[in-house]
Design a protein around this ligand. Sequence first.
Ligand code: CO8
Length: 302
Amino acid sequence: MALRAAIRNKSALPGLLSQLSCSSHGRVSTSSVFVAQQRKNSTTPKISVDFDQSTGVAVMRMKSPPVNSLSLDFLTEFCISVEKLEMDKSCRGLIITSSLPKVFSAGLDIMEMYGKSPERCGEFWKAVQEMWLKLYSSNMVTIAAINGSSPAGGCLMSITCDYRIMVDNPRYSIGLNETQLGIVAPFWFKDTMSNTVGHRTTEMALALGLLYNPTEALKIGLVDQIVPEDKLMATAEQTMAKWLAIPDHARQITKSMMRKPTLDKLVSKREADIQNFVGFITKDSIQKSLRVYLEMLKKRKA
Ligand code: CO8
């Protein structure tokens, strides 16, 4: 709850962030703080961050079983972690990966959108926007090391990064499959996808809610590289070194030039986008679609 309150009230963030500590190895770990904060709450940290000061690169591992779904708590922790790294000028690169087997992230937590009050849905959506805004505008080089399936919001998180490397396992899939749930990817999901793979591919992918295996994803440019599982992190680190060889200011200005129009669009329509989401997701027909989808997920498991 303290995390959520902090993200609502940005003035409280620095205080909370200052609690994040450096270990004797020069690595910053968000875990230790959250462990202390959450012991009483019975929830454990959903993310761990290791920052190696000798390389200037942080590795963020999502560790929220069973599927790293993006709940309000998860997103709040995620945003605080990114903000903390962003504020540390010695951190120049961020690799995002999953510590769960088989799943990078299952996307937005469907339970956050099902049977919730409009107020709660609004709070949730604001956190989703925040995650995207922080990551898409980050000064750091961001690499998604995708070691499992990454549908919907998981795909959004990946395409919000500067570069994507996916494990070459045909069981894993990635894509914006929202229409399969009877819901619609918002304009900024669509814009991010379109900026990555182009308009026509996005149009078809979104309309059909397509999920791509790694080979297909590479073919359309949804990911930049596919590698065997055991090569993933080494490849991410090598790629990071290549990106970090470019002078920061030149790379950052270029990134901003490419992304600013897309970012500005959401910033200028942020409140309307929240209202649109709340109005849409609380509709009876949409709630019914989500219920059917949730039942399908359960049946598939049985
Ligand atoms: N949210 C909440 N719970 C989930 C989610 C999710 N996104 N995904 C899976 N779960 C649950 C399952 O129901 C299951 O629960 P339980 O153990 O209680 O039965 C548990 O997690 C494990 O799931 P699986 O057994 O399916 O795990 P697998 O390892 O076999 O498969 C997958 C992992 C591939 C990730 C699979 O779970 C899957 O396909 N999940 C659904 C992913 C999905 O469709 N996500 C879409 C979310 S919507 C979104 O991100 C963008 C919405 C934009 C909204 C715009 C509106 C205007």
